[in-house]
Design a protein around this ligand. Sequence first.
Ligand code: E4P
Length: 215
Amino acid sequence: MKIFIDTANIDEIRRAADMGIVAGVTTNPSLVAREGRDFKETLKEILEIVGGPVSAEVVSTDSEGMVGEGVELASIHKNIVIKVPLTEEGLKATKIMSSKGIRVNVTLIFTPSQALLAARAGAAYVSPFVGRLDDIGERGMEVVRRTAEIFKLHDIKAEIISASIRSPQAAIESAEAGAHIGTLPFKVIEKMLYHHLTDAGLEKFLADWKKFSER
Ligand code: E4P
């Protein structure tokens, strides 16, 4: 499973990219609004840091508006992927943009059937939201697992981005469930890094080395 970072925060993207773990970035209107900066400028800065797909979401709700926004955003850089919501208009926009060679990430997916529709409309990526399903007492990871099974069975090329991930456990379960990509908030990446035995082990190695080198 490849790792994307799910943020529009430049410092977080830079820190994750410096660790060499990040293959792409996903943003959404809430994440961009949180940073309070110009959308296109933010995207350009992200594109300079990460040499992989960067998802930029449209805010129109009609297909014509989505395509208009998508074509403009995609013209910024070849690595821009246009994110559209899983609605009828979103699927129409996916069909139009994919036929123009623009890669589309269909977002706000909560069932395998939505994922199948998105893929058949031409999506390059489908994004099931695991955490938001868990929040309402459903099993979000089942959507990833079943979608992965269906895509494999029918040789569907769209990549599954396991999204709305709130813990290291959900990140690893995404990989086990067959997600091609996990898009992770920086705080989840930080938690994945940590184990108290790593810290304790390092402390002991350094203490032993100090004793040895001062003998
Ligand atoms: C994915 O593309 C979305 O930006 C994101 O994962 C949503 O996560 P949330 O449910 O924590 O807001």
